[in-house]
Design a protein around this ligand. Structure first.
Ligand code: HEM
Length: 151
């Protein structure tokens, strides 16, 4: 009887653990067959459109342009595209430097970060991304704040 209880307890624990792993994974879209955020955005063409818009907007912006003045635009576009694909559960693996390492030494302040987010929203608007999808993407960018901010 003691052995049976132990076996049952172990099975129950295993089921709980497996269950919890599935539940705790916020990006586990394969389980419930819902389209990923990447698919809902419109995949690579939509992401690249957002980035094109963003780069054009930054080019005319007085608050953050100075940061990008010496940047390699082609490299920035490519890396950001893979990064956004990755964090929206697309078929990409971002293996670049961490957000912390990339933005270290830029001393980005709150005002600049918030302004960048506003420009990003304008870029999504221009790419005709719906507000609910915009909000989902912004929610995935929000935690980056601490890594990018004032490094
Ligand atoms: C959620 C916000 C942000 C994300 C997701 C993000 C993401 C990225 C990525 C993926 C790169 C490319 C890195 C590489 O070349 O490997 C990059 C580069 C860069 N980011 Fe950000 N960034 C964000 C916010 C900002 C802000 C607020 C600024 C400045 C105000 C900024 C300035 C730059 C600059 C100057 C580069 C270097 C471009 C180059 O020289 O190649 N970023 N960022």
């Amino acid at each position: 009887m003691k052995i049976e209880m132990t076996t049952i307890t172990k099975s129950a624990l295993l089921m709980l653990l497996v269950g919890c792993i599935s539940c705790a994974s916020p990006n586990n879209t394969a389980v419930d067959n819902e389209p990923s955020l990447y698919q809902q955005i419109g995949e690579k063409p939509a992401i690249d459109k957002i980035i094109d818009n963003l780069v054009n907007i930054i080019g005319q912006d007085e608050v953050v342009f100075a940061h990008f003045a010496q940047s390699n635009v082609t490299n920035f576009k490519e890396k950001l595209s893979v990064y956004l694909c990755h964090i929206t559960d697309g078929p990409c693996q971002y293996n670049g430097d961490t957000m912390q390492d990339i933005h270290r030494g830029m001393y980005i302040d709150t005002n600049q970060f918030n302004h960048f987010v506003e420009l990003f929203i304008s870029a999504m608007d221009e790419a005709n991304i719906s507000y609910p999808i915009q909000n989902q993407l912004l929610a995935r960018l929000a935690p980056l704040r601490e890594s990018i901010f004032k490094m």
